[in-house]
Design a protein around this ligand. Structure first.
Ligand SMILES: N[C@@H](CCC[C@H](N)C(=O)O)C(=O)O
Length: 294
């Protein structure tokens, strides 16, 4: 018998996702299936996949079920698993709202990086509203790396937002090159599980622009955790210390796909605000899905 698998397509600042609603965790999604769905020519296409599962139904999220009903089982485009996806959480929340599982306002989402508090703003006259996520605190591991593109190298700040980031301040975003492949970071021991690499330029006070090469997805048009890492790196470089002054520090981060606003609170908590859009929904043909790569 042919079963159909429901999917949606969404994006947050053009970081795009295939969304697979699966409350009871019955859809088998090995890495090969995820890569097939995220393929932009032979599949639906996306930088990643959001598997929407009730926390109680997923072995990795059962412990969070009392705090957060829904678990974002996030996968990169190559099928690999990542701890956290900032744009993904906003799109995940938008999906839950659109599907009637939650209302505008506050909710909690379970992720591999812990429970995230999310606020869905009231929609404006055009039916649009931003989503804000309390992303937690950044950690800055002591070991630093160097990022290289062609003849150029930069020291990179090691920032962990649940997932690893190497943030390099450059003179020109063009210096990042094509980003068709991951820019090498050395020594290799700093990021044993791979890394997301951000290239950053200044645009003005409290305002930066970036490009990113994401682990498991390649160059994307936005990365929420990357924007948070960049804001933290810029604040440290600029000597802005919310903990010391008791004043929140905000950076506007421009990405190829849009703008995110990142605020670091005096307690170290980082808040990310940006759009989240559902663009399509449909059904996956089960013959295609089940018949291997093709
Ligand atoms: N695009 C995401 C980050 C997704 C995970 C990343 N590729 C990794 O492997 O850590 C975001 O918006 O944060």
């Amino acid at each position: 018998m042919s079963t159909r698998i429901a999917f949606l397509k969404g994006h947050g600042t053009q970081n795009d996702f295939v969304i697979v609603p699966d409350p009871d965790n019955t859809v088998d999604l090995p890495a090969t299936a995820v890569a097939k769905l995220c393929d932009r020519r032979a599949g639906i296409g996306g930088d990643g996949l959001l598997h929407v599962v009730r926390s109680a139904a997923h072995p990795e999220a059962r412990g969070m079920a009392e705090e957060a009903e829904w678990f974002m089982d996030y996968r990169n485009a190559d099928g690999s698993i990542a701890e956290m996806c900032g744009n993904g959480v906003r799109v995940f929340a938008r999906y839950l709202q659109r599907a009637g599982h939650v209302e505008e306002g506050d909710l909690a989402v379970a992720t591999r990086g812990g429970v995230k508090r999310v606020h869905i703003a009231k929609a404006d006259a055009h039916g649009e509203g931003d989503v804000t996520v309390a992303m937690g605190r950044a950690t800055l591991p002591a070991e630093q790396a160097t990022v290289t593109v062609g003849e150029r190298s930069w020291p990179a700040l090691n920032v962990n937002m649940g997932n690893p980031h190497a943030v390099a301040f450059v003179d020109d975003l063009e210096h990042a090159g094509t980003l068709y492949s991951a820019p090498p970071t050395t020594p290799a021991t700093v990021y044993p599980d791979g890394v997301n690499v951000e290239f950053v330029v200044d645009r003005g006070p409290g305002h930066v622009a970036m490009r990113v090469h994401e682990r498991g997805s390649g160059e994307t048009r936005s990365c929420g955790t990357g924007a948070c890492a960049v804001a933290v790196a810029a604040a440290r470089r600029d000597g802005a210390d919310p903990a010391g002054t008791g004043t929140p520090v905000t950076y506007r981060v421009d990405l190829p796909g849009g703008t995110l606003v990142i605020t670091e609170q005096p307690d170290g908590g980082i808040e990310m605000t940006g759009p989240a859009v559902i663009v399509a929904e449909g059904e996956i043909a089960s013959e295609w899905f089940e018949n291997g790569i093709g």
